[in-house]
Design a protein around this ligand. Structure first.
Ligand SMILES: Nc1ncnc2c1ncn2[C@@H]1O[C@H](COP(=O)(O)OP(=O)(O)OP(=O)(O)O)[C@@H](O)[C@H]1O
Length: 783
């Protein structure tokens, strides 16, 4: 009897049939069966039926498995890096493991598929319990569509597939089997659709594990088995010998996709798989077709991206004729693709032509002029036999921080060039130290602010003779440097430069007047390269611009409110607050610091060491607020600034654009907010072509209001008085308000009271005269 039981067990019977046979052998059940069959004939007939079902299923599985392999090969050939969810959207793309499992599940759930579920011999039962039951179907459906846990399972199956695609063999991760994926407190070891009635059979699975030692070492999901390569045959055959109980094993350890048919019944022989087998000719054609379709799609996408707000062009640096060592430095910094301005200017600049270049803020103008600068040095070094150490390239920029920033970028590009030096000449450092540095270290590229450069030129420090070899003169923020404030200095500098040179002017804003005065620097036949385009918006689409018009007295209350609002919604906030003058900046900073906000201050009145430290810190930081004057408005590349607030009107439209341009750099998004008083509304006319949205004045939180008042009361009166004087000086210089002195004095007094001063502090007589404010009502003069 027991030998018959064992025979039964070794056949393809399931647990239920095993129990039934056992009970029959123990004397239960009918002795004759329909059709006059005896029990052995009856049993053999159903064994045969069961085998047929198994074979049918095996065929289906095989088909799916093959298509899956083809998909994997195809995806590998296409170098597909998309995730599975993306794959599912492509009709011709490879099938993800998730898809595959879903399709299996669907197949088992189709009408009439109950037959496939029937584990018992004989006709399909309609009961809830057992094979083909609705319960099992639901279990599989739930299993397949399970939320987070499913990823673990799909992951597991996909891991198996990916291993196969690598090694040409199915390789399962042992640890993944150990994880024992658990749903609703039940433990499922497999994704096999045969794993019906999980709860009922869990015990059996468990005991099988315990009795047999470590089940996974025997079964089809043995890590050992699938990880083996050529030397695996011996162990395989040993495993095969243990497969007598495979009906048990299949419930616990089948691969996700193959169910129990992944069990190896014959010894696995490692054989060489030919290329033809691996990549059938038909598939290659399909793959080629897919590949060309995909390329076509990529091109369309690329073009679309480029035509929108992308700052990048499709040209790569290695397609240009810049030196290989510079290319090496670029790729070391992960820079491969040119930005539009670089693409538009590089060849022109390398040809030695003069150019006036306009491109939006944060689009890589510095690199656009640094690359030709390096090429110029390389060319000039080869042909120069001068005994003095010549400066071949001079770059002029308006602020010290910007000069240092450009020098740092230049040094990074020169990383692999030996003997080429970049130096800065900027205010705030000792003149003598500049001279020593210029003598002792190489300086083919000099970056300077106009004031300090002129000092060196006028003091005959030896720089003038070195500048006689100049080949390339670059003016960054050209509109500002050619504007009245700097023009006289720039003219003097130009006078001391050789006439035979190339000149390049760069800025994000080039008003008409600047185009006219650019003749001061450029040759008549220079090129004008405008990458923004006539009539196009000069700011970035990805930067949201809004404007709040509120009485000036409320600005010191509104700024902390706006900051707190932004901080509460932006985890990695990085904010710049622009104030009209250095002293107003100082007052705003002191107030915000009193309110315990994480804030730094930067303006021209601060010592250079402080400025450098703060600038470096702000570059590196997140969750920090920089309160600053216009020293930070131009060129400064502080990465990932999330919000720019401008308090009060800027000096002009250009300055608004440059300040705003501290956010949304390198094509990123950002936010800009202009906070002005009702009488400053006229300035909005200058910005009417920009997408600036007026927003209502926010309701002030009474707690913030109280906090501001208390903090303001603690601030030293001298800071407030200095702020009042600076405020008066600034608005006096603004044409629109400066004209009507009485109104200006009135507005200044309102500002004065809003910052907690009881009366306006008196002006020096000389200052009042200079400002045209002597004798104006409301402007007290110091006796
Ligand atoms: N081709 C490029 N690929 C990737 N990043 C680049 C590329 N060119 C420049 N960058 C980076 O873009 C950032 C902004 O560049 P840059 O400061 O030169 O902008 P800008 O146009 O001069 O801005 P602004 O008008 O404010 O002076 C820098 O961090 C720079 O390293």
């Amino acid at each position: 009897m027991y030998s018959s039981i064992l025979r039964e067990r070794s056949s393809s019977f399931t647990l239920t049939s095993w129990i039934r046979i056992f009970s029959r052998n123990m004397g239960g059940g009918p002795r004759t069966f329909p059709g006059g069959l005896n029990k052995w004939q009856w049993k053999r007939m159903h064994e045969k039926k069961a085998r047929e079902k198994e074979n049918k299923l095996l065929d289906q599985e095989k088909q799916l498995y093959e298509s899956r392999i083809r998909s994997e090969i195809r995806s590998k050939m296409l170098g597909n890096t998309h995730n599975s969810s993306e794959k599912t959207t492509q009709s011709h793309g490879p099938v993800s493991s998730q898809e595959h499992i879903k399709s299996l599940a669907d197949r088992f759930m189709k009408a009439g598929a109950e037959d496939l579920w029937n584990e018992d011999d004989g006709p399909v039962k309609k009961s809830n319990h057992g094979s083909g039951s609705i319960d099992s179907t639901i279990e599989v459906r739930r299993f397949v569509s399970m939320g987070n846990d499913k990823n673990r399972i799909f992951d597991r199956s996909s891991r198996g597939y990916s291993s196969m695609s690598r090694g040409g063999r199915f390789k399962r991760n042992e640890s993944s089997c150990d994880e024992g994926d658990e749903f609703d407190g039940r433990k499922f070891d497999t994704l096999s659709p045969f794993a019906t009635n999980f709860a009922g059979k869990k015990e059996k699975v468990k005991s099988a594990r315990n009795v047999n030692g470590v089940m996974r070492n025997k079964g089809l999901f043995s890590g050992k088995k699938f990880r083996k390569n050529d030397s695996s045959t011996e162990e395989d055959s040993e495993d095969d010998g243990k497969l007598n109980g495979w009906m048990d094993l299949r419930r616990t350890g089948s691969s996700a996709s193959l169910g129990n048919h992944d069990v190896k019944l014959t010894k696995r022989v490692n054989r060489h798989v030919t290329d033809d087998e691996l990549y059938p000719p038909l598939d290659i054609n399909v793959v080629r077709e897919d590949l060309s379709k995909r390329r076509l799609m990529e091109n369309v996408v690329e073009e679309n991206v480029e035509s929108r707000d992308s700052i990048y062009s499709r040209k790569r640096f290695d397609e240009s004729c810049i030196s290989p060592l510079t290319l090496k430095a670029l790729s070391a910094s992960g820079i491969v693709q040119m930005t539009r301005v670089q693409d538009a200017t590089l060849s022109e600049c390398l040809d030695g032509k003069d150019a006036l270049v306009k491109a939006k803020t944060g689009t890589g103008k510095s690199m656009a002029f640094l690359l030709p600068a390096i090429e110029t040095v390389l060319k000039a070094t080869n042909s120069s036999n001068s005994r003095v150490l010549p400066v071949f390239v001079l770059i002029l920029c308006p602020t010290r921080e910007l000069a240092s920033q450009i020098a740092a970028e230049g040094k990074a590009l020169l990383k692999y060039h030996d003997g080429i030096g970049v130096q800065t000449l900027i205010g705030g450092t000792r003149f003598k130290l500049d001279q020593q540095r210029l003598q002792s270290e190489p300086c083919q590229i000099l970056i300077a602010t106009p004031g300090r450069l002129l000092d060196h030129i006028e003091n005959k420090s030896g720089l003038t003779s070195r500048l006689m070899a100049l080949k390339l003169f670059i003016v960054d923020e050209a509109d500002l440097l050619l504007d009245l404030g700097f023009r006289r200095d720039v003219e003097k500098i130009i006078d001391s430069l050789p006439r035979q040179r190339q000149s390049l002017l760069f800025s994000a804003t080039i008003p008409k007047e600047v185009r006219r005065v650019s003749q001061l620097v450029l040759k008549r036949d220079h090129s004008y390269i405008d990458t923004i385009g006539l009539g196009c918006v000069e700011t970035h689409d990805k930067v949201k611009q809004s404007c709040i018009v509120a009485p000036h007295e409320s600005h010191f209350h509104l700024v902390p409110h706006l900051l707190k609002d932004h901080i509460s919604t932006t985890a990695d906030y990085k904010i710049i607050v622009f104030c009209s003058t250095g002293m107003v900046t100082s007052l705003m900073y002191t107030l915000l610091r009193q309110m315990k906000l994480n804030v730094r201050e930067m303006h021209a009145r601060k010592p250079q060491l402080h400025r450098t430290r703060v600038s470096d810190e702000f570059k590196e930081s997140k969750r920090l607020i920089l309160v600053t004057s216009d020293v930070s408005a131009r060129g400064m590349n502080y990465p990932d600034v999330t919000l720019v607030i401008q308090v009060g009107i800027p000096s002009d439209r250009e300055q608004y654009i440059h300040r705003l341009g501290r956010t949304g750099r390198e094509g990123k998004s950002g936010e800009g907010l202009l906070l002005i008083a009702p009488w400053e509304r006229y300035f909005l006319d200058e910005l009417k072509d920009l997408p600036l949205e007026p927003i209502p004045v926010p309701d002030l939180d009474s707690r913030v209001k109280l906090e501001v008042d208390q903090s303001m009361a603690k601030i030293d009166t001298s800071i407030k008085e200095a702020a009042y004087h600076a405020w008066l000086g600034y608005y006096n210089s603004v044409r629109e308000t400066g004209r009507d002195k009485t109104t200006l004095a009135e507005l200044a007094n309102r500002f004065c009271f809003s910052i907690g001063l009881e009366k306006p502090p008196p002006l020096f007589r000389r200052t009042a005269v200079k400002m045209g404010l002597k004798g104006i009502v409301g402007i007290p003069i110091r006796k």
